[in-house]
Design a protein around this ligand. Structure first.
Ligand SMILES: [Zn+2]
Ligand SMILES: [Zn+2]
Length: 429
């Protein structure tokens, strides 16, 4: 009986071959360093496709850890490869590196004072989307996993990605260009995980959702051509201003009348309208730009066709023409979490966050180029709350705000989540 009990105790301790205790201990040991790394990257933000110093900082850290490093991937991307002590699959962990043209207003001691040319202006640069936290978390994850290398049943590929926030109108950047340059090959990646720090959740809470989680994002431009005339005699021409007004309202019927509202939600918004030079002249042309957001690849294609048809036919009704350009080649696909992979890792996220601190995340109409990795291999993108526990997350400054704030105490949860998920994935597959 005693012997049976002994066996039971031993076997319950060895249920998982993943060194969870060691991962958590190592994460705790480097927590201060991770916070310092984040502050360093936060103070030295770089715009999309300009992540030179950030890349050098990451590459040096990975080399110091003895990890195989590849630099200059898709511009300034850095890829690290850690081969575990046991054979097995390849899991990739991704962090994006770029900052935004935002002038920081947090007043923090480590706030950014960096400026950079952007278009024809000099702008403030800030890690207003928290990619500094993603970099620090993945650097920490690499250090933790090196510490348990002999126990890893496969290979971990660390993907530090440039230009997530976009470099329009270049046809490819960020995740898409890394894939084109072979980041998911040699060795071939079997699954990928990524996280985003999120202001609308309390610090340390993890948000997970199978299936669609973030929207596709496509650039929209509508050029309406009429016939210029005196504004006092509009019948002598064709007025593209009134036609544009009808189109702005008309394309709203795509979401409300033309797609099944019982499926996933969708948005089309016009953000700019330009036409005319003078109050008493009806111009030849009006150009409008906007964005389209959907969650389902099939809805996305149909939606584009309906926006195009609606705009063109409204223009035709007045004798004008509407030329509709939708940049789906330069847009982001919807971020869709692999259902089975998400479910199979749920217990790991519960273990990391603690019971009650794993929530089903809301859909967000924001978008992410992590979606392109998910189009190639099963992938899971999860959210990490970063708003201090004594504050209301509903009132916290959103990602991209000049007041966006990351609570440093959340970072260790990110490190533990990435490290445990990677180790468990390798062990279970
Ligand atoms: Zn962002
Ligand atoms: Zn982001």
């Amino acid at each position: 009986m005693i012997r049976f009990l002994f066996l039971l105790v031993v076997s319950s301790f060895s249920l998982s071959a993943v060194p969870v205790t060691a991962i958590d201990r190592l994460a705790k040991e480097i927590e201060t360093k991770v916070i310092q790394w984040r502050h360093h990257v936060h103070q030295h933000p770089e715009l999309s496709n300009q992540e030179v110093q950030t890349a050098a900082f990451i590459a040096q850290h990975l080399r110091d850890l003895g990890i195989e490093v590849q630099t200059g991937v898709a511009g300034h991307g850095v890829v690290g490869l850690l081969r575990g002590g046991k054979p097995g699959p390849v899991v990739a962990l991704r962090a994006d590196m770029d900052a935004l043209p935002v002038t920081e207003k947090t007043g923090l001691p480590y706030a950014s004072t960096v400026t950079a040319p952007y278009g024809d202006k000099e702008v403030g640069v800030m890690h207003a989307c928290g990619h500094d936290a993603h970099v620090a978390i993945l650097m920490g994850t690499a250090e933790v996993l090196v510490g348990v290398r002999e126990d890893l049943a496969g290979t971990v590929k660390f993907i530090f990605q440039p230009a997530e926030e976009g470099a329009w109108p270049a046809p490819e950047w960020g995740a898409k260009l890394m894939i084109t340059e072979g980041v998911l090959e040699n060795p071939k990646v079997d699954a990928i995980f990524g996280l985003h720090v999120w202001s609308s959740m309390p610090s340390g809470v993890i948000g997970l959702r199978p299936g669609p989680v973030m929207a596709s994002s496509d650039f929209l431009r509508v050029t309406v051509t009429g016939k210029q005339t005196h504004a006092a005699a509009p019948w002598a021409g064709i007025d593209p201003i009134t036609v544009s007004s009808q189109i702005i309202l008309g394309i709203q019927t795509v979401a409300s009348r033309q797609v099944n509202i019982l499926g996933t939600p969708s948005v089309v918004s016009i953000g700019t309208i330009h036409g005319g030079d003078r109050n008493n002249i009806i111009p030849d042309e009006v150009v409008m730009t906007g964005t389209i957001r959907t969650y389902d690849p099939k809805v996305r294609v149909a939606y584009h066709e309906k926006v195009k048809r609606t705009a063109e036919k409204i223009a035709a009704a007045s004798g004008a023409t509407a030329e509709v350009y939708i940049g789906d080649n330069t847009g982001y696909a919807a971020t869709v979490n692999h259902e089975e992979l998400t479910e199979s890792m749920r217990d790991v996220f519960v273990r990391v966050a603690g019971e009650g601190n794993l929530v089903r995340s809301d859909l967000t109409t924001g978008s992410e180029d992590f979606s392109f990795f998910q189009q190639q291999v099963p992938g899971v993108f999860f959210f990490l709350g970063v708003t201090p526990l004594d504050q209301d997350p509903a009132k916290a400054a959103a990602n991209h705000s000049p007041l966006f704030f990351v609570d440093d105490t959340a970072l260790i949860t990110g490190v533990r989540a990435m490290a445990q998920v990677a180790a468990e994935y390798l062990e279970r597959n």
